[in-house]
Design a protein around this ligand. Structure first.
Ligand SMILES: [Fe+2]
Length: 355
C-alpha cells in the first residue's frame, strides 16, 4: 500500500474517529521479518504503517512523513535506536512524536539508557499483541492532546503576526522584537528555556492591540487623555487573551509588563526596578528600539545608532534598566553590519507614549 505522505498528516484522529486508528505508525527494525509481523498486526487494526530498516532510513522517513508514533528497535547496525531516539527528541519538530522502543533486551540498564535518550515507552520482544496495541493506542491519544495544544499555540501566533502584518506602521514589529529580545536574552547569558519564553512573549506582546481602535493607533500627532487611556489597556487585554492557554503561562507577566518603566512611571501596574520581570525589562528596551527605528504615523524611521543614543539619553530619566540597556547597546555594536542606516524623514518627535 502506498501513501501520499506529502499531504498534511492523517492525524491520530484518523479517518476512523478519535480512537487513534488510521494513525501513521513508523516501524523501525533491521530485521525484515519483525517489521512484517508488526505491520500485519497494525494494518489489520486500521493503522497506516511506514517501514524503515535502519536508523538512517528512519530519520529520513520521519522527516518525510511525520508519523504519529514510532516503534523503534534498539540494536541496529551503524545507528542504534538510542541514537535515533536522541536525535528525534532533540528536534523541536519531532520531539513530541511518541517513541516506543521494541527490544529483546530486558535489562534495567537498557531501559535507563532508553529513558535518557527520551523514549516514551518500552515493549520487550516477543511482544504480546494486546499489550502492543494498548500502548500504541494510549500514546497516540497523548500525541493528539499535544497536537491540540500546539494548534492552539499556532492559532494565537498566527493571529498576532497577522495583526502586525496588516498594520502598515508596525509591519513585522512583533517578529523583530521577538528575535532581538531573544538575542539579548542569550547575550546576557539567560538559559535557552528563558530565551524561548522571551522569544514567544515578543511575538505576543502586543496581541491586546486587537481590541484597540485603529483610528487611534494610527492617529498622527498627540493622543488626548481618553485615547491614551484606551491604548494603555492593551497589555492587560493581551494577558487576558493568552491566559487560557497553558503554554502561555510563563509569558503572561512579560506581556502584561512590557510597558512598565524602571522608575515606576509605566503601566499597567506602575512596577519599579527589579519588581518588573526581567523578560518585560528586556522587551521594553527592544520594543522602544524597534519603534524608533521604524516609520510611525507621526515621524519617519531613525537610524539604529541614533536610536541607541536617544535611548541612552532617555535612560537618564530612569525609564529602562540601565545595565540591560548597556548590554543591548554593546550587542548592537558587536553586530554593526545589521544596524539600519536610514535617515530621519519628516521627524517631529521621536516618542509617542503608545509605542
Ligand atoms: Fe505594547
Amino acid at each position: 500500500m502506498k501513501f501520499d505522505f506529502k499531504h498534511k498528516a492523517v492525524s491520530a484522529t484518523g479517518e476512523n474517529g478519535s480512537n487513534g486508528y488510521g494513525a501513521r505508525v513508523l516501524v523501525v527494525d533491521d530485521n525484515v521479518q519483525n517489521v512484517e509481523l508488526v505491520e500485519a498486526l497494525l494494518v489489520s487494526k486500521g493503522y497506516q504503517v511506514i517501514k524503515a530498516y535502519s536508523g538512517k532510513e528512519a530519520l529520513k522517513k520521519v522527516e518525510e512523513v511525520l508519523p504519529d508514533i514510532i516503534l523503534l528497535d534498539i540494536i541496529m547496525p551503524q545507528m542504534d535506536g538510542y541514537e535515533v531516539c536522541r536525535r528525534l527528541k532533540e528536534k523541536k519538530e519531532t520531539r513530541f512524536i511518541p517513541i516506543v522502543m521494541l527490544t529483546a533486551l530486558d535489562g534495567v540498564d537498557d531501559k535507563v539508557r532508553g529513558i535518557e535518550a527520551g523514549a516514551d515507552d518500552f515493549i520487550t520482544k516477543p511482544f504480546q499483541k494486546p499489550e502492543l496495541l494498548a500502548r500504541i493506542k494510549s500514546l497516540i491519544k497523548m500525541k493528539m492532546l499535544f497536537d491540540e495544544l500546539e494548534n492552539a499555540q499556532n492559532v494565537l501566533f498566527s493571529l498576532a503576526l497577522a495583526l502586525d502584518y496588516n498594520d502598515p506602521y508596525t509591519h513585522g514589529h512583533s517578529q523583530r522584537v521577538s528575535e532581538l529580545s531573544a538575542r539579548l536574552a542569550q547575550y546576557i547569558g539567560l538559559p535557552p528555556s528563558q530565551q524561548e519564553i522571551i522569544r514567544n512573549a515578543g511575538i505576543l506582546h502586543d496581541i491586546g492591540k486587537i481590541a484597540t481602535d485603529k483610528n487611534i493607533l494610527h492617529k498622527p500627532g498627540a493622543l488626548n487623555i481618553n485615547e491614551y487611556r484606551h491604548v494603555k489597556e492593551h497589555p492587560v487585554i493581551g494577558e487576558r487573551i493568552c491566559k487560557p492557554l497553558k503554554f502561555a503561562k510563563p509569558l503572561l507577566p512579560i506581556i502584561r509588563g512590557h510597558h512598565e518603566r524602571y522608575n515606576g512611571t509605566g503601566y499597567p501596574d506602575g512596577l519599579e526596578g527589579e519588581d518588573i520581570p526581567l523578560g518585560a525589562r528586556i522587551l521594553a528596551i527592544v520594543d522602544v528600539y524597534d519603534a524608533l527605528t521604524s516609520v510611525r504615523p507621526y515621524r519617519g524611521e531613525i537610524p539604529s545608532e541614533v536610536a541607541v543614543e536617544v535611548m541612552k539619553a532617555e535612560a537618564l530619566k530612569g525609564y529602562w534598566d540601565k545595565e540591560l540597556l548597556k548590554a543591548f547597546a554593546s550587542m548592537l555594536k558587536e553586530n554593526e553590519e545589521e544596524l539600519r542606516s536610514t535617515s530621519i524623514t519628516g521627524s517631529t518627535s521621536v516618542f509617542r507614549e503608545y509605542d
